[in-house]
Design a protein around this ligand. Structure first.
Ligand code: GDP
Ligand code: IMO
Ligand code: MG
Length: 424
């Protein structure tokens, strides 16, 4: 039982990167299991902010191995620019970053297909990050994809040309104007592929099997959030991978029995980027305040994040699906000075009040039912000890623990590594 999982319980951007970085000192290996450069994981320490997209968030700890698992999709061009950023901080990624040979590659034409697909949807667009995620996972499950291991094979170029040809045909079918220069983007792509060849490429399932056997401690890092899961999220407004706990098994090749703790991260309120239903979304001053104080802009696309109250119906659903054993609450500091706080504890349908997450949470089908909670005035960002937290904030934590039936073990009160309160 040497693997712990860490995942987001809302619609992403809960603060996974920050907490992985905080916890890394307890582990030997940090392993990303799904998603791709649609993710943006932010770490802050020593006055510097780092945003990672593909690379696991333990990379700044020199003695720890960071593994990109088979469940991840890699855009070599974005990956290369992330590696270049690391060089500036003298991180020896050639030594402590491993890549699965079964991770799929995002090809230049996957990005074009993503753009065409979104454009063709008009108002019904997903709000994708347009990083080629959907088309790449479609090729994976459609058994057409190209993997990291393929770049070392003699027939690599032939395979690439074949799938590119197919993609260009599909693009013709969409018949949508997209401004692109394939020759240039392919040049960047192939240059970046050469950088991957310099890294340690492994059979990650074997590597992890041996690590588990040797008693090494592993933390599996999720991307996106449970409500963006392709099966259990707000479909079709989701991403194309399994963001929930089961994704760690398929995305790393680890058996369910090796999993010990499941850490679930949530914000003290809710945010969402892109389209899709969001019952507790706010369009008033409270929402504006969350956005401004919380600096709620996407780490990957810079888009403004939609903001709203905490939704306990959705949170309980995510906790159940993932089997969360410990919770971590982020960004409580953002709510300081609010007149009051609301929490959604049930949904009202046309005929009844429900407390479970139904097939559709669209505005037409449900409305949130709230309770009001006393807020606190005090600034939390400099508090280091749980005992020093304001009474009403402590009451908020206690209320949530009672409702959610899972202990909140970490309370984060600012973006920096140091602004983290451990609760015993
Ligand atoms: P991730 O995708 O789950 O890793 O989260 P992101 O990095 O996309 O978004 C979280 C944002 O909130 C980042 O800008 C973090 O620096 C910031 N952040 C994390 N924890 C806290 C916190 O407790 N308080 C505040 N104010 N900001 C936080
Ligand atoms: P992290 O790991 C927040 C959202 C997009 C869009 C939908 C589908 O930083 O929490 P995709 O690019 O996968 O086709 O987009 O999912 N989305 C995220 N929202 N955080 C993320 O990652 C996200 N990754 C994808 O905005 O609505
Ligand atoms: Mg993010």
């Amino acid at each position: 039982m040497s693997v712990d999982l860490l995942l987001g319980l809302q619609w992403g951007d809960e603060g996974k990167g920050k907490i992985v970085d905080v916890l890394t000192k307890n582990y030997d290996i940090i392993a990303r299991f799904q998603g791709g450069p649609n993710a943006g994981h932010t770490l802050e320490f020593e006055g510097i902010k780092h945003v990672l997209h593909t690379i696991p968030s333990g990379i700044f700890h020199k003695k720890v191995i960071n593994l990109i698992g088979n469940g991840v999709v890699i855009d070599p061009v974005i990956f290369k620019s992330e590696l270049n950023e690391l060089k500036k901080f003298k991180i020896d990624y050639k030594k402590n970053l491993y890549v699965s040979n079964k991770a799929h590659l995002i090809l230049p034409t996957h990005r074009l297909l993503d753009i065409a697909s979104e454009k063709s949807k008009g108002k019904g667009k997903i709000g994708s990050t347009l990083k080629g995620i959907g088309p790449t996972y479609m090729d994976k499950t459609g058994r057409n994809g190209l993997r990291v291991g393929d770049i070392f094979m003699a027939n690599w170029q032939k395979k690439y040309d074949k799938i590119k040809k197919k993609h260009l045909k599909i693009l013709e079918f969409y018949n949508i104007e997209i401004d692109f220069n394939l020759i240039q983007i392919e040049k960047d792509f192939f240059e970046s592929i050469n950088i991957i060849k310099e890294l340690i490429v492994v059979e990650s399932e074997n590597f992890l099997f041996n690590a588990i056997k040797d008693g090494k401690k592993i933390l599996a890092e999720g991307a996106q959030g449970s409500l963006l899961d392709v099966d259990f999220g707000t479909y079709p407004y989701v991403t194309s991978s399994t963001t929930t706990a089961a994704g760690a098994c398929t995305g790393l090749g680890i058996p369910p029995r090796s999993i010990n703790n499941v850490f679930g991260i949530f914000k003290a309120y809710t945010t969402r980027v892109g389209s899709g239903p969001f019952p507790t979304e706010l369009f008033d001053d409270f929402g504006e305040k969350m956005s401004k104080i919380g600096n709620e802009f996407g780490s990957t696309t810079g888009r403004s994040r939609r903001c709203g109250w905490l939704d306990l119906v959705a949170l309980k659903y995510s906790i159940r699906i993932n089997g969360v054993s410990q919770l971590m609450m982020m960004k409580g500091d953002v709510l300081s000075g609010f007149d009051y706080i609301k929490v959604c504890t049930a949904y009202k349908t046309k005929n009844e009040i429900i407390k479970y997450f139904p097939f559709s949470i669209s505005n037409e089908d449900i409305k949130p039912s709230y309770i009001e909670i006393d807020a606190w005035e005090e600034d939390l960002t400099k508090i280091k000890n749980e005992k020093k937290l304001p009474l009403n904030f402590k009451k908020y934590i206690k209320f949530l623990e009672k409702e959610l039936e899972v202990p909140i073990k970490i309370v984060s009160v600012g973006p920096d590594r140091e602004q983290t309160i451990l609760r015993i």
